[in-house]
Design a protein around this ligand. Structure first.
Ligand SMILES: C[S@@+](CC[C@H](N)C(=O)[O-])C[C@H]1O[C@@H](n2cnc3c(N)ncnc32)[C@H](O)[C@@H]1O
Length: 297
């Protein structure tokens, strides 16, 4: 991969999942395999990691990299969504001792995918991890009702100017469809007050986050994926979930609460695990990371 994605909370993940020779793990969000590599080094020579990656380009790079490594026989790369984890595990007769989710997207997506994930680049507005995921961000922006766009920006981006931004999108696309990142950024800029443009957080951040979440149906996927993981784990199996935004974290918290009540999991570490200051200094992306862990009963 051209942009190195630093694995977040790596020490904390290893401490909790406790990989040892012969153990098997599922990395539900493989990407460049930062976490997987650390796991596989510790489970050699018999243990295996089943790595699931939804993005075909990323999965191809990960498979090539695994094939050229010392761990060729210990990593299985599958290009699919983690929502299909049960059938994927069944296909490979894979019984995991632990499962990791590291949600969201990678540095590569922002910097090298060319799909408009970053508001800083001149790229088409695609934003899909996988083109089979449904309509692109451009299709959505140019076809959804203005009221629907407003709701998306409010509910998935917590955007306080969802109303004027959605109205400005509606007006702009009358003249010409909004197809690129700079075109969308200009529309957002025209809709928000001046003070909003001079804050630490870029004025288009929330619009872009909301669109990405909805384009990839991320919140529904997280829910389905985590339930599938809990189901798949054997008694004593470990689940770790790293999230980067409030909506995901809330879903994890609620699912863990519900499954604890049902007596299916227990929570061995009650608090949310956050990166240490040392990690936050080196890797700014880690600053919003929150990890929650569970143990199958
Ligand atoms: C934050 S990155 C994971 C980074 C990885 N743990 C590492 O340290 O190298 C998240 C990855 O999950 C992938 N992804 C997003 N949704 C997915 C889904 N539904 N199923 C599988 N992978 C998904 C993204 O394409 C991205 O590559």
């Amino acid at each position: 991969m051209s942009s190195i994605h630093e694995p977040v909370l790596l020490q904390e993940v290893l401490e909790f999942l406790d990989p040892r020779p012969g153990k098997n793990f599922i990395d539900a969000t493989l990407n460049g395999g930062g976490h997987t590599r650390a796991l596989v080094e510790r489970i050699m020579p018999q243990g295996r990691v089943l790595g699931i990656e939804w993005d075909p380009e990323v999965a191809k790079m990960a498979a090539e990299r695994a094939a050229q490594s010392l761990y060729e026989n210990n990593i299985i790369v599958v290009n699919d969504s983690y929502v299909n984890m049960s059938s994927i595990a069944e296909r490979f007769h894979f019984r995991p001792d632990g499962i990791l989710f590291d949600l969201g997207l990678s540095s590569w997506h922002y910097e090298s995918s060319g799909r408009g994930f970053s508001f800083k680049r001149d790229e088409p507005l695609d934003m899909r991890f996988n083109s089979a995921a449904g309509p692109s961000a451009a299709e959505l922006i140019n076809t959804y009702e203005v009221a629907e766009l407003e709701q998306i920006l409010r509910d998935y981006g917590d955007e306080q100017f969802s109303h004027p931004i959605a109205a400005a999108i509606g007006k702009a696309r009358w003249k010409k469809p909004i197809m690129t990142v700079p075109e969308l950024v200009a529309v957002v800029e025209s809709a928000v007050p001046n003070w909003y443009k001079h804050r630490k957080i870029h004025f288009a951040t929330k619009t872009f986050q909301a669109l990405r979440v909805i384009v990839n149906d991320e919140l529904a996927n997280v829910k389905i994926g985590i339930l599938a993981a809990i189901d798949l784990l054997p008694s004593g199996g470990k689940l770790a979930v790293i999230s980067f935004q409030g909506h995901e974290d809330k879903i994890v918290r609620e699912l863990f609460k519900q499954k604890t009540k049902e007596g299916i999991i227990e929570i061995p570490i009650k608090r949310t695990i956050r990166p240490k200051w040392e990690e936050q200094k080196i890797n700014p992306r880690s600053r919003s990371a929150k990890m929650k862990v569970a143990l199958k009963i």
